[in-house]
Design a binder for this molecule. Sequence first.
Ligand SMILES: *[C@@H]1O[C@H](CO)[C@@H](O)[C@H](O)[C@H]1NC(C)=O
Ligand SMILES: *[C@@H]1O[C@H](CO)[C@@H](O)[C@H](O)[C@H]1NC(C)=O
Ligand SMILES: *[C@@H]1O[C@H](CO)[C@@H](O)[C@H](O)[C@H]1NC(C)=O
Length: 377
Amino acid sequence: MTTHLLISLWASSLTQVQKTCIMSSKSNVFMTGVTGYVGGSVLSRLLQHPDGPSFSITVLVRSEEKANKLKDFGVNPVVGSIKDVALLEELSSKADILISLADSDDLAMGQAMLRGLKRRYETNGSVPILIQTSGTGVLADGSAGDYSGDVIYNDDDPDQIETLANTQQHRYLDLALVQGDKEGYVRVYLILPSNIYGLATGKLVDAGIQNPRSIQIPSIINASLSRGRGGMVGAGKNIWNDVHIDDVADLYVVLYDSIKSNPKATGHGREGFYIAENGEHTLYQIGKAIAEDLVARGKATNPEPSTFTDEEINLYFGGSTFWGTNSRGRSNRSRSIGWKPRYTTQDMLAGIKPEIDALISVGGKFSFNAPAPVASG
Ligand SMILES: *[C@@H]1O[C@H](CO)[C@@H](O)[C@H](O)[C@H]1NC(C)=O
Ligand SMILES: *[C@@H]1O[C@H](CO)[C@@H](O)[C@H](O)[C@H]1NC(C)=O
Ligand SMILES: *[C@@H]1O[C@H](CO)[C@@H](O)[C@H](O)[C@H]1NC(C)=O
């Protein structure tokens, strides 16, 4: 009886202590790019996270209308752009955790975030966290669909990652952030999605806040519909990794949880590269799946993809043969912190039909609408 009473007293006082802790230690989370394909998916998950009640989430968005809608989700929107570096620095200087999802290449953006986070450190004493969205475009080689690359980058091997030239896509910014980490005032983690596929779903999509679409596969579908045949760059021999949007978003949460529960075992800085992939494909496989689907719908007659001409590369891809590069990596470090992607390359290929349905349903009238041009690689 007495023991029982003591236990319940102890339990109720513990609950009280926990409540007090939660209420007094709000984490200031600052996010950019939340109206984008990846950013919206990450924000949706943070809103449902068990730590959600202890987050105070500030988001930077360009659209006043979307800012107003976001208020209904319990976040604090600030209307503005990452190009406004003074504003970006100011918001960063209040963040315990900055999740950067708007851009993977803008050095001025990166420097502003670092200045703000440094101020945070100098005035607060605790080391803030920066999770930057990079991409496996950094691994791309010079192929234009003409060969399969054989170099495979391991995200758990910083020496190998440091063999990448600083002229590689994203690399200049990534290196600047890693340098900030080295100076000790911030802990930097970089997530590198590969070719992301799948339509994003959730409340932010339903509310018209979030862009649901990736870039690579939709742009190839759009071009193929327009030319009446599946297409590819060169012979489509090049290889890229792939990953589903839901698995990418999960990686941000797994990383956050790992930083909180086991910071020492969660690599950062030069050891903070986290690739998101769960399989790989040739560009030919994508072209073939599109070509066959268009024939089945009566929108094409040839079930084999053909090479995009130079004119088509100009018309549909801004003159870039980037989709013809090889970009191969392995998510060893991401898996080591508990990331378990669910979708495979087979799911990506099976998902091409619904992606074509979705593009046809909008009558070809869509834009990538990407405040976050990081949706692919
Ligand atoms: C540092 O930041 C934490 C978390 O936001 C806050 O609880 C704490 O009061 C801050 N400390 C100082 C000295 O500002
Ligand atoms: C990690 O990646 C490399 C590819 O670079 C692979 O050969 C290796 O087996 C992987 N290691 C683990 C522990 O999974
Ligand atoms: C889709 O293709 C059309 C040409 O048919 C092009 O004008 C348009 O810019 C493309 N849209 C996107 C988002 O790529």
